[in-house]
Design a protein around this ligand. Structure first.
Ligand code: SF4
Ligand code: SF4
Length: 442
């Protein structure tokens, strides 16, 4: 990144966040909650330290150096600090705003255009871009960014699906028992980038499970990234433009609910839908399924768990005869962002053949952009979480975010664990079989 040593010039950014930063009393209440501070013990990698850095930049006392930008880019945006702060300081929003400022004032035009291109194009075009980038990158002598090998181990990186998701999932999957005319029972499935590219089985399982539960499932064509990755690197305008395009497509589905299988997508889309007063509600699939378990809407008619046949068998393998130990990992955006803590646990624990084991609430795994940009730090956060999960004796870890899944598969592989990681909806679809993650050494 071509960062100058220039100082912030002020303007709207100053007005929005000076007040927030002034409210930070430096009490240290947020420090124990912060994963990057916990992993390093460095004050400048803590919420308090980051607020002080931003404050100093706002006051013109600190130039916008590469080291300044790195400390801000190492924040996971997990929201733990904001939840812990007794003074109500919204640290994550201040960091996002500072990243926007850094993107505007410091990033190279080429890097910004590249990011916008990568996340802005449709999923099939992005697959081609990634294929091309991967083949070039694989031959590059210096691969510090996204290292494929680290400390003598290969990273476990999932392979992209062979075909675009639009060729894998039909545009409509009618409810089992016949299609409904009601928009209340029609849901539009928003898979998100990582699911479309790497975990297509999650989206397929979601379509089947929802159809079995009495939903007509529409999988709209032409959807883009939800915009979260661009927003988190400071490309706010480009992210907003993607959100508008997606909402236009989703409106044309005439569905009562847009359902996602990625909690970050759910949070981002829900905010955009609320800003633009969309006619539909946005729901993470855990919230939707939990609502159905308790007879909530949708579906319109009261239902019980057994009526809805939420659990397998789907097209995958039937539920195993013996009890299978399953642990749950809270994605930050699902648990803290959407407040869904109890619901996924209840869904999993209610599955026949499952023995639910608790692995601790809201422990960040260090996934997402951090494990792409700062792998060493992501390891320091991810390995302890993987150890915690392995200690439960679980055979399967369920989660609700493809970014967490990618990170946990990699971290558990580093521990030589054969625990499998999957989305909750794959469990419901009966997707139990498959190769263990195994040893990633070669
Ligand atoms: S951000 Fe909140 S919790 Fe952290 S030091 Fe400031 S006032 Fe205290
Ligand atoms: S959002 Fe998470 S990683 Fe970032 S400063 Fe807050 S607690 Fe730390």
């Amino acid at each position: 990144m071509k960062l100058s040593r220039k100082k912030l010039s002020g303007g709207a950014f100053l007005e929005r966040f000076r007040e927030q930063i002034r409210h930070c009393t430096r009490c240290a209440g947020c420090l124990p909650a912060c994963p990057t501070f916990g992993a390093t013990g460095e004050e400048t990698l803590s919420p308090r330290g980051r607020m002080m850095l931003i404050g100093a930049a706002l006051d013109g006392e600190l130039p916008l150096t590469r080291s300044f930008a790195r400390r801000l880019s190492q924040c996971l945006l997990c929201g733990a600090c904001t939840a812990a702060c007794p003074s109500g300081v919204n640290v994550s929003e201040a960091i996002l705003a500072m990243r926007e400022e850094l993107a505007r004032s410091g990033s190279s035009r080429l890097a910004r255009a590249g990011s916008r291109r990568l996340f802005g194009v449709r999923p099939d075009a992005r697959r081609r871009l990634l294929d091309f980038g991967g083949s070039v990158y694989g031959k590059a002598p210096n691969r510090d960014f996204v290292p494929w090998r680290y400390q003598d181990r290969k990273r476990a990186i999932p392979h992209p699906g062979r075909n675009p998701l639009e060729e894998v999932i039909a545009e409509t999957t009618p409810a089992e028992g016949g299609p409904s005319e009601s928009s209340v029972r029609r849901v539009a499935l928003f898979p998100g980038c990582a699911t479309s590219l790497f975990y297509q089985q999650t989206a397929s399982a979601a379509a089947r499970v929802l159809a079995r539960a009495g939903m007509d499932v529409v999988f709209p064509r032409g959807l883009s990234c939800c915009g979260q990755p661009l927003r988190s690197i400071g490309e706010t305008a480009a992210a907003a433009s993607l959100a508008r395009k997606n909402l236009d497509i989703l409106r044309r589905c005439h569905a009562g609910t847009v359902v996602t299988v990625c909690s970050s997508c759910a949070l981002t889309l829900a905010r955009a839908a609320s800003r633009q007063e969309a006619e539909f509600q946005v729901s993470d699939i855990h919230a939707l399924l939990a609502g159905m378990r308790t007879g909530g809407a949708p579906p319109a008619e009261p239902a019980t768990t057994s009526d809805m046949k939420l659990a397998g068998p789907g097209t995958a393998d039937p539920l195993p005869p013996a009890r299978t130990r399953v642990a749950w990992h809270d994605p930050c955006h699902l648990g803290r962002g959407l407040g869904l803590i109890r619901e996924p646990r209840e869904i999993i624990a209610g599955l026949p053949g499952v023995e639910y084991v608790e692995a601790g609430e809201l422990r960040c795994c260090g996934g997402g952009l951090l494990c792409l940009q700062h792998y060493g730090l992501a390891l320091k956060i991810g390995i302890p979480r993987a150890e915690e999960l392995a200690a439960t004796g679980a055979m399967i870890v369920a989660t609700g975010c493809p970014g967490c899944r990618m990170q946990l598969e990699d971290m558990l592989g580093r521990l030589d664990s054969d625990i499998r990681v999957m989305h909750t909806v794959e469990l419901l679809d009966g997707g139990w079989a498959g190769k263990p993650i195994g040893n990633q050494k070669d």
